[in-house]
Design a protein around this ligand. Structure first.
Ligand code: 13P
Length: 287
């Protein structure tokens, strides 16, 4: 059964480790993340962007697929199904479809509007026992080939959103989605410390988990980060392994074309990446 991310994140915060959010795109991705988390005895969060939700034909399909796998793969570790960077309507749709957690990304709205929309969603999530993540200070990243600098959140604005009663808070601390540029200044621990001081016990979320050096990951966890999102690294691993399989001509061998064989190396590569991250974040053995 899917669970809210609340309890797993509070345990992670208290135990000084982080739960990984791994974004899923299809059946192989989902199975790879679930089986690896189970093998590592780790709680896990399946992230679904609105685009990935559409690709998988809608949130209801995602919920059906994940619930089916929890049962048939006999998954015993806590699993949350979480909307990643949702719009207001997207969050409502996921709640309706049966997600156990949502992120409302109101970081591009003026703070008052972010507060208003987040407040409305908190009420709905609280009534249904779901967890909710909010964001302050946009997470930069690559868009149309231009790499934006990660913004640093205003600790006071973080405090305002945290005080509303969200389950977890994503604060921009110079992190970005996708590859980090060669001249990246690194995470702003000064910002993270100031945010933590203002929001107290609130579990913090670090987006853009791909490519952050290990020492920074560990320091961020020691300063209150309890959830780390990883997406691009799994995509890189998947495409590298699948391309190699094609380049080696293996897809042309045997009888006909078998998509299960073609996707298998990518699936194995995701499993290896997720395992490495779970161990780095320290959530192995915690479920
Ligand atoms: P990366 O793609 O950089 O791993 O970031 C993932 C993320 O933060 C999803 O919300």
């Amino acid at each position: 059964m899917l669970v809210s991310a609340k309890e797993m994140l509070e345990k992670a915060r208290d135990g000084k480790y982080a739960v990984g959010q791994f974004n899923i795109n299809n059946l192989e991705w989902t199975k790879a993340v679930l089986l690896t988390a189970e093998e590592e005895k780790s709680p896990v969060i399946l992230g679904v962007s609105e685009g990935a939700g559409k690709y998988m034909t809608g949130y209801k399909t995602v919920v059906g697929m994940v619930n089916g796998m929890l049962e048939t793969l006999k998954i015993t570790v806590p699993v949350a199904l979480h909307l990643d960077h949702g719009s207001y309507q997207g969050a409502l749709d996921c709640i309706d479809a049966g997600f156990s957690s949502v992120m409302f990304d109101g970081s591009h709205y003026p703070i008052d509007e972010n507060v208003e929309k987040t407040t409305a969603l908190i009420k709905i999530c609280r009534d249904k026992g779901l967890s909710i993540e909010a964001e302050v200070g946009s997470i930069g990243g690559e868009e149309d080939g231009v790499i934006g600098k990660g913004e640093c959140a205003d600790p006071e604005e973080c405090g305002r959103i945290a005080d509303l009663g969200v389950t977890m808070l994503a604060a921009g601390i110079g992190n970005i989605h996708g590859a980090y540029p060669a001249d990246w200044a690194g995470l702003s621990f000064e910002t993270l410390e100031a945010v933590k001081k203002r929001v107290g016990d609130m579990p913090l979320v670090l987006h853009g988990g791909t490519g952050i050096p290990e020492d920074m990951i560990k320091r961020a966890i020691s300063l209150g980060v309890a959830k780390i999102n990883v997406n691009t690294e799994c995509q890189w691993a998947f495409q590298k392994a699948t391309r190699k399989y094609i380049e080696d001509g293996k897809d042309l061998k045997g009888k006909g074309f078998d998509p299960r064989k073609l996707l298998a190396p990518g699936y194995d590569a995701i499993r290896a990446t997720v395992k490495e991250k779970i161990q780095l974040f320290g959530s192995n053995g915690k479920a």
